[in-house]
Design a binder for this molecule. Structure first.
Ligand code: GLN
Length: 307
Protein backbone atom coordinates (compact mmCIF):
# COMPACT_ATOMS: atom_id res chain seq x y z
CA UNK A 1 0.00 0.00 0.00
CA UNK A 2 1.27 3.49 -0.85
CA UNK A 3 1.83 5.92 1.96
CA UNK A 4 2.92 9.55 1.92
CA UNK A 5 5.99 8.60 3.95
CA UNK A 6 6.97 5.92 1.46
CA UNK A 7 6.46 8.40 -1.40
CA UNK A 8 8.64 10.88 0.44
CA UNK A 9 11.43 8.29 0.86
CA UNK A 10 11.21 7.53 -2.88
CA UNK A 11 11.76 11.24 -3.46
CA UNK A 12 14.83 11.27 -1.18
CA UNK A 13 16.34 8.56 -3.36
CA UNK A 14 15.35 10.33 -6.58
CA UNK A 15 16.63 13.71 -5.43
CA UNK A 16 20.08 12.35 -4.59
CA UNK A 17 20.52 10.25 -7.74
CA UNK A 18 23.04 12.71 -9.21
CA UNK A 19 25.51 12.02 -6.36
CA UNK A 20 27.99 9.56 -7.79
CA UNK A 21 31.12 11.00 -6.19
CA UNK A 22 33.16 9.07 -3.67
CA UNK A 23 34.78 5.67 -3.81
CA UNK A 24 33.75 2.23 -2.67
CA UNK A 25 35.99 1.07 0.20
CA UNK A 26 39.02 -0.88 -0.87
CA UNK A 27 40.46 -1.26 2.65
CA UNK A 28 38.47 -4.49 2.77
CA UNK A 29 38.81 -6.04 -0.73
CA UNK A 30 35.51 -7.94 -0.48
CA UNK A 31 33.61 -4.65 -0.06
CA UNK A 32 34.99 -3.36 -3.37
CA UNK A 33 32.94 -6.01 -5.22
CA UNK A 34 29.62 -4.35 -4.40
CA UNK A 35 27.41 -2.64 -7.02
CA UNK A 36 28.16 1.03 -6.21
CA UNK A 37 24.72 2.15 -7.41
CA UNK A 38 22.79 0.25 -4.75
CA UNK A 39 20.83 2.70 -2.63
CA UNK A 40 18.30 2.37 0.19
CA UNK A 41 16.67 4.33 2.97
CA UNK A 42 14.55 3.15 5.90
CA UNK A 43 12.85 4.87 8.78
CA UNK A 44 11.37 3.27 11.90
CA UNK A 45 9.15 5.03 14.39
CA UNK A 46 9.59 4.36 18.11
CA UNK A 47 6.43 2.29 17.84
CA UNK A 48 8.17 -0.03 15.34
CA UNK A 49 6.49 0.95 12.07
CA UNK A 50 9.10 0.73 9.32
CA UNK A 51 8.94 2.61 6.01
CA UNK A 52 11.57 2.10 3.34
CA UNK A 53 12.51 2.68 -0.26
CA UNK A 54 15.14 1.53 -2.75
CA UNK A 55 17.21 -1.64 -2.24
CA UNK A 56 15.91 -2.12 1.27
CA UNK A 57 16.18 -5.91 1.10
CA UNK A 58 19.86 -5.81 0.18
CA UNK A 59 22.09 -7.06 3.00
CA UNK A 60 25.49 -5.53 3.61
CA UNK A 61 28.00 -5.68 6.48
CA UNK A 62 27.30 -3.21 9.25
CA UNK A 63 31.01 -2.51 9.89
CA UNK A 64 31.44 0.43 12.26
CA UNK A 65 27.70 0.76 12.88
CA UNK A 66 28.35 -2.17 15.23
CA UNK A 67 30.43 0.07 17.51
CA UNK A 68 27.61 1.80 19.43
CA UNK A 69 26.00 -1.58 20.16
CA UNK A 70 29.24 -3.18 21.32
CA UNK A 71 29.84 -0.13 23.52
CA UNK A 72 26.33 -0.54 24.98
CA UNK A 73 27.02 -4.21 25.72
CA UNK A 74 30.31 -3.40 27.47
CA UNK A 75 28.53 -0.79 29.63
CA UNK A 76 25.74 -3.22 30.48
CA UNK A 77 28.39 -5.83 31.40
CA UNK A 78 30.58 -3.65 33.62
CA UNK A 79 28.80 -0.37 34.40
CA UNK A 80 29.74 2.96 32.88
CA UNK A 81 32.45 3.94 35.38
CA UNK A 82 34.48 0.83 34.68
CA UNK A 83 34.19 1.27 30.90
CA UNK A 84 35.23 4.93 31.24
CA UNK A 85 38.36 3.72 33.04
CA UNK A 86 39.36 2.04 29.80
CA UNK A 87 37.94 4.09 26.91
CA UNK A 88 37.37 7.87 26.83
CA UNK A 89 34.57 9.93 25.30
CA UNK A 90 36.42 12.78 23.59
CA UNK A 91 36.24 13.30 19.82
CA UNK A 92 39.66 12.47 18.41
CA UNK A 93 39.47 14.62 15.29
CA UNK A 94 41.37 11.78 13.64
CA UNK A 95 40.41 9.34 10.87
CA UNK A 96 38.67 6.17 12.07
CA UNK A 97 41.70 3.92 11.76
CA UNK A 98 44.30 6.32 13.21
CA UNK A 99 46.98 4.96 15.54
CA UNK A 100 45.40 7.04 18.25
CA UNK A 101 45.83 6.90 22.02
CA UNK A 102 45.44 9.72 24.51
CA UNK A 103 49.05 10.31 25.53
CA UNK A 104 48.21 11.49 29.02
CA UNK A 105 45.87 8.64 29.97
CA UNK A 106 47.17 5.92 27.59
CA UNK A 107 43.53 5.18 26.72
CA UNK A 108 41.78 5.24 23.35
CA UNK A 109 39.95 8.57 23.04
CA UNK A 110 36.51 7.17 22.23
CA UNK A 111 34.75 3.90 21.33
CA UNK A 112 33.76 4.98 17.78
CA UNK A 113 37.27 4.99 16.28
CA UNK A 114 38.91 1.63 15.69
CA UNK A 115 41.36 1.92 18.62
CA UNK A 116 38.49 2.44 21.05
CA UNK A 117 36.26 -0.11 19.36
CA UNK A 118 38.90 -2.86 19.57
CA UNK A 119 39.46 -2.04 23.26
CA UNK A 120 35.69 -2.04 23.81
CA UNK A 121 35.32 -5.41 22.11
CA UNK A 122 37.95 -6.73 24.52
CA UNK A 123 35.88 -5.53 27.48
CA UNK A 124 32.75 -7.52 26.57
CA UNK A 125 32.39 -10.48 28.91
CA UNK A 126 33.21 -13.74 27.17
CA UNK A 127 33.28 -16.33 29.98
CA UNK A 128 30.31 -18.24 28.57
CA UNK A 129 30.35 -17.30 24.87
CA UNK A 130 32.70 -15.33 22.59
CA UNK A 131 31.89 -11.63 22.48
CA UNK A 132 31.08 -11.83 18.76
CA UNK A 133 28.49 -14.59 19.42
CA UNK A 134 26.94 -12.48 22.16
CA UNK A 135 26.79 -9.56 19.76
CA UNK A 136 25.04 -11.67 17.09
CA UNK A 137 22.44 -12.59 19.73
CA UNK A 138 22.07 -8.93 20.59
CA UNK A 139 21.64 -7.94 16.92
CA UNK A 140 19.04 -10.71 16.54
CA UNK A 141 17.07 -9.40 19.52
CA UNK A 142 17.22 -5.89 18.07
CA UNK A 143 16.19 -6.86 14.53
CA UNK A 144 13.84 -9.77 15.43
CA UNK A 145 15.55 -12.09 12.97
CA UNK A 146 18.54 -14.36 12.89
CA UNK A 147 21.49 -12.10 12.02
CA UNK A 148 24.45 -13.84 10.41
CA UNK A 149 28.07 -13.11 9.67
CA UNK A 150 29.41 -12.90 6.12
CA UNK A 151 32.47 -15.15 6.40
CA UNK A 152 33.89 -13.86 3.10
CA UNK A 153 33.95 -10.33 4.55
CA UNK A 154 35.66 -11.69 7.68
CA UNK A 155 38.30 -13.53 5.64
CA UNK A 156 38.89 -10.50 3.43
CA UNK A 157 39.29 -8.13 6.37
CA UNK A 158 41.57 -10.51 8.25
CA UNK A 159 43.78 -10.90 5.17
CA UNK A 160 44.07 -7.10 4.90
CA UNK A 161 44.01 -6.48 8.64
CA UNK A 162 47.55 -5.39 9.52
CA UNK A 163 46.44 -1.92 10.53
CA UNK A 164 43.87 -3.13 13.06
CA UNK A 165 46.36 -5.69 14.32
CA UNK A 166 48.93 -2.92 14.72
CA UNK A 167 46.37 -0.88 16.65
CA UNK A 168 45.63 -3.85 18.92
CA UNK A 169 49.33 -4.30 19.70
CA UNK A 170 49.62 -0.58 20.45
CA UNK A 171 46.68 -0.89 22.87
CA UNK A 172 48.16 -4.00 24.42
CA UNK A 173 51.54 -2.32 24.95
CA UNK A 174 49.74 0.55 26.70
CA UNK A 175 47.89 -1.89 28.98
CA UNK A 176 44.56 -0.93 27.38
CA UNK A 177 43.54 -4.28 25.91
CA UNK A 178 41.96 -7.17 27.79
CA UNK A 179 42.45 -9.85 25.15
CA UNK A 180 45.51 -10.87 23.22
CA UNK A 181 45.78 -8.67 20.11
CA UNK A 182 45.01 -11.30 17.41
CA UNK A 183 41.94 -12.52 19.35
CA UNK A 184 40.68 -8.97 19.87
CA UNK A 185 40.97 -8.17 16.16
CA UNK A 186 39.41 -11.49 15.10
CA UNK A 187 36.41 -10.85 17.37
CA UNK A 188 36.10 -7.21 16.37
CA UNK A 189 36.15 -8.12 12.66
CA UNK A 190 33.31 -10.61 13.25
CA UNK A 191 31.33 -7.96 15.13
CA UNK A 192 31.65 -5.74 12.00
CA UNK A 193 30.79 -8.45 9.43
CA UNK A 194 27.15 -8.95 10.52
CA UNK A 195 24.85 -8.70 7.50
CA UNK A 196 21.80 -6.47 7.67
CA UNK A 197 19.34 -4.52 5.57
CA UNK A 198 18.48 -0.86 6.12
CA UNK A 199 15.19 -2.07 7.63
CA UNK A 200 17.13 -4.04 10.26
CA UNK A 201 19.33 -1.05 10.95
CA UNK A 202 16.40 1.35 11.24
CA UNK A 203 14.95 -0.93 13.93
CA UNK A 204 18.31 -1.03 15.73
CA UNK A 205 18.38 2.77 15.63
CA UNK A 206 14.73 2.95 16.74
CA UNK A 207 15.58 0.92 19.85
CA UNK A 208 18.11 3.61 20.76
CA UNK A 209 15.51 6.28 19.94
CA UNK A 210 13.11 4.44 22.22
CA UNK A 211 15.36 4.66 25.29
CA UNK A 212 16.67 1.09 24.91
CA UNK A 213 13.35 -0.75 24.49
CA UNK A 214 12.89 -2.71 21.25
CA UNK A 215 9.74 -1.14 19.77
CA UNK A 216 7.98 -4.33 18.60
CA UNK A 217 8.84 -6.84 21.32
CA UNK A 218 8.72 -4.33 24.17
CA UNK A 219 11.89 -5.93 25.57
CA UNK A 220 14.26 -3.62 27.37
CA UNK A 221 17.62 -4.28 25.71
CA UNK A 222 19.66 -1.41 27.22
CA UNK A 223 19.02 0.71 30.29
CA UNK A 224 17.99 4.32 29.76
CA UNK A 225 21.33 5.46 31.16
CA UNK A 226 23.31 3.22 28.79
CA UNK A 227 21.25 4.44 25.83
CA UNK A 228 21.86 8.06 26.78
CA UNK A 229 25.60 7.41 26.99
CA UNK A 230 25.71 5.66 23.61
CA UNK A 231 23.73 8.39 21.85
CA UNK A 232 25.89 11.11 23.38
CA UNK A 233 29.07 9.46 22.13
CA UNK A 234 27.51 8.92 18.69
CA UNK A 235 26.67 12.64 18.60
CA UNK A 236 30.19 13.75 19.41
CA UNK A 237 32.32 11.03 17.79
CA UNK A 238 30.14 8.87 15.50
CA UNK A 239 31.21 10.48 12.23
CA UNK A 240 34.94 10.56 13.15
CA UNK A 241 36.76 13.65 11.88
CA UNK A 242 33.54 14.85 10.20
CA UNK A 243 31.57 14.81 13.48
CA UNK A 244 31.43 18.59 13.87
CA UNK A 245 30.31 19.16 10.30
CA UNK A 246 27.69 16.42 10.73
CA UNK A 247 26.32 17.88 13.96
CA UNK A 248 25.88 21.31 12.40
CA UNK A 249 24.39 20.13 9.10
CA UNK A 250 22.38 17.02 10.06
CA UNK A 251 22.18 17.46 13.81
CA UNK A 252 21.37 13.98 15.12
CA UNK A 253 23.52 11.26 16.71
CA UNK A 254 24.73 8.96 13.94
CA UNK A 255 27.19 6.23 13.06
CA UNK A 256 28.58 5.27 9.70
CA UNK A 257 30.07 2.03 8.39
CA UNK A 258 32.67 1.59 5.69
CA UNK A 259 30.35 -0.64 3.62
CA UNK A 260 28.23 2.49 3.02
CA UNK A 261 25.57 2.45 5.74
CA UNK A 262 24.71 5.23 8.18
CA UNK A 263 22.28 5.06 11.09
CA UNK A 264 20.80 8.12 12.75
CA UNK A 265 18.68 8.50 15.87
CA UNK A 266 16.23 11.20 16.86
CA UNK A 267 15.61 10.42 20.55
CA UNK A 268 11.96 9.81 21.34
CA UNK A 269 10.99 9.89 17.66
CA UNK A 270 12.63 7.78 14.97
CA UNK A 271 15.58 5.68 13.88
CA UNK A 272 16.78 6.03 10.30
CA UNK A 273 19.21 4.07 8.16
CA UNK A 274 20.60 4.78 4.70
CA UNK A 275 22.87 2.84 2.39
CA UNK A 276 24.99 3.81 -0.61
CA UNK A 277 28.48 2.29 -0.98
CA UNK A 278 30.55 5.22 -2.32
CA UNK A 279 32.46 6.91 0.53
CA UNK A 280 33.97 10.32 1.10
CA UNK A 281 37.54 10.67 2.37
CA UNK A 282 36.37 10.25 5.99
CA UNK A 283 34.94 6.82 5.16
CA UNK A 284 31.32 8.03 5.39
CA UNK A 285 28.82 7.36 2.56
CA UNK A 286 28.65 10.40 0.22
CA UNK A 287 25.09 9.92 -1.00
CA UNK A 288 24.03 8.49 2.35
CA UNK A 289 25.18 11.67 4.11
CA UNK A 290 23.18 13.79 1.68
CA UNK A 291 20.10 11.56 2.15
CA UNK A 292 20.44 12.07 5.90
CA UNK A 293 20.85 15.82 5.48
CA UNK A 294 17.69 15.97 3.37
CA UNK A 295 15.73 13.87 5.88
CA UNK A 296 16.91 16.13 8.67
CA UNK A 297 15.96 19.29 6.80
CA UNK A 298 12.59 18.10 5.49
CA UNK A 299 11.42 16.32 8.63
CA UNK A 300 12.86 18.89 11.03
CA UNK A 301 15.11 16.40 12.81
CA UNK A 302 18.00 18.69 13.78
CA UNK A 303 18.28 18.55 17.57
CA UNK A 304 19.34 22.19 17.87
CA UNK A 305 16.22 23.55 16.16
CA UNK A 306 13.59 24.97 18.49
CA UNK A 307 9.94 24.12 17.92
N1 GLN B 1 35.83 -3.23 10.14
C1 GLN B 1 36.22 -1.94 9.67
C2 GLN B 1 37.63 -1.61 10.11
O1 GLN B 1 37.97 -1.93 11.20
C3 GLN B 1 35.26 -0.93 10.17
C4 GLN B 1 35.65 0.49 9.80
C5 GLN B 1 34.49 1.37 9.47
O2 GLN B 1 33.39 0.92 9.20
N2 GLN B 1 34.76 2.65 9.45
O3 GLN B 1 38.41 -1.02 9.39
Amino acid sequence: MRSPIRDYLDAVIRDTSDITSGKVSDDIPELARVDPDLVAVSLSTVTGTVYSSGDHEHQFSIQSMSKPFAYAMAIEDHGLDEVLNHVGVEPSGDPFNEFSLDERTAKPRNPMINAGAIATHGLIKSDHAPASDRLMDLYSQLTQRNVEIDESVVASEMAAGDRNLGLAYLLSAAGALHLNPPAAVAGYVRQCAAMMTVDDLALMAATLANGGVQPNTGNRIFSRATTKQVLSVMASCGMYDAAGDWMTSVGIPAKSGVAGGIIGVLPGQIGVAVFSPRLDHHGNSERGSEMMRLLSENLGLHLMTAG
